[in-house]
Design a protein around this ligand. Structure first.
Ligand code: KG4
Ligand code: ZN
Length: 345
């Protein structure tokens, strides 16, 4: 007898995208609809919570409806509704959580709560047949930079996180200083390709000796001082810099961030005796980070296997949420009507 296919409607409104999708067995995407707010926040160089919340309210119903229509699926064929309830902007998350609870209640479907960062972790193992445990997971996104001890998809344990800016946030803010487009990560990576990573010695903040936490506000401020002068009274020198100078700043900044991410991951892997390193989140798309982490894994004693999210699954996507939701569905881990949004992860 063939196994029943499981269709999950996933909803994610954790930051600046309203997303809904219908995914079968955690892998096959039947529809994936995203209303992006990039244009809305572009001129502010970052996400403005009030604008994000209003846009989610406007888009949540049309996006869910389109996801269901495009999947050509009936209400009866949907087995569960999954929603990202943490971490993120509370004013954004609450829109997705309310929509998911309402639908689950009205249609009598099980509700599945998803930690958005745990879903990013899932994207790293999406094509892996076998993951040797224990693993360390480095999740680097626009809002978070976190290291996890990954023993199972259901219970990753947080080892360390950023105490100020996230890596992606630092990329975005430095891109604004360098007058590059938003989102800043891809723009910095592209600009850095023509620059010298050793041109400027930006600080690498490693915090305490055994610390697995991150701090990126220092390197961001160092770039600001470099472009504005120590007293911050001068005009932004970026306007008068050559393309080469800007490329050198971008490459040197990127190198500083990557060095810290790789060193902290090395420490975490050593601490838990990891066999595998997982890399996910928007910043995981960065080629310099992928290459340097690969080198670290190969040269570690004993060597570790690096599993990286495919590029299309680095930034937010429905498959990573659905993949985790499918695990939870099979394990019978469901949420109740008291489910609330939570800002932290
Ligand atoms: O995971 P994500 O899509 O959203 C959050 O959950 O936050 O990550 C978005 C972040 C942005 O800060 C963006 O600048 C960064 O990922 N990013 C990159 C690259 N592509 C996206 N950062 C560095 N290099 C990239 N190639
Ligand atoms: Zn994300």
């Amino acid at each position: 007898m063939c196994k029943k296919r499981i269709n999950i409607l996933v909803i994610d409104a954790s930051c600046d995208e309203t997303a809904a999708a219908v995914v079968t067995d955690g892998r096959t995407v039947r529809s994936a609809i995203v209303a992006s707010q990039t244009k809305l926040h572009e001129k502010y160089g970052g996400v403005v919570p009030e604008l994000a919340s209003r846009a989610h309210i406007e888009k949540i119903y049309p996006v869910i409806k389109e996801a269901i229509d495009c999947a050509n699926i009936s209400e009866a064929e949907i087995d569960a509704i999954a929603v990202a309830n943490q971490p993120g902007l509370t004013v954004a998350l609450i829109v997705g959580v309310t929509a998911a609870k309402t639908l689950a209640f009205a249609w009598s479907k099980p509700l599945i709560a998803i930690n958005h960062l745990h879903a990013h972790m899932q994207s790293a193992i999406i094509n892996a047949d076998d993951v040797k445990l224990p693993a360390v997971a480095l999740i680097v996104s626009g809002g978070h930079t976190s290291l996890y001890d990954y023993h199972s998809p259901l219970e990753p344990k947080l080892l360390g996180a950023t105490i100020d800016d996230a890596a992606g946030e630092a990329f975005d803010k430095v891109a604004t200083i360098l007058k590059l487009p938003y989102p800043g990560g891809p723009a910095i990576e592209k600009t850095a390709k023509n620059g010298d990573p050793a041109a400027i010695d930006f600080p690498r903040s490693l915090l305490g000796k055994g610390s697995l936490d991150f701090s990126f506000s220092g390197v961001k401020t160092a770039v600001l001082y470099y472009c504005r002068g120590q007293d911050m009274k001068g005009r932004n020198l970026v306007d008068s810099m050559s393309r080469q100078q800007i490329a050198d700043i971008a490459a040197s900044f990127q190198a500083a961030i990557v060095d810290v991410l790789v060193e902290k991951t090395r420490r975490a892997a050593e601490k838990i005796g990891a066999e595998t390193v997982l890399l996910g989140g928007g910043v995981a798309a960065n080629s310099a980070l992928r290459a340097q982490l690969q080198q670290m894994c190969e040269s570690a004693m004993p060597a570790k296997k690096l599993l990286v999210a495919p590029k299309q699954y680095c930034t937010d996507n429905a498959v990573m949420v659905a993949s985790l939701a499918y695990h939870k569905f099979n394990a019978g881990v469901f949420a109740d009507w008291a489910l609330e949004p939570k800002a932290t992860g």
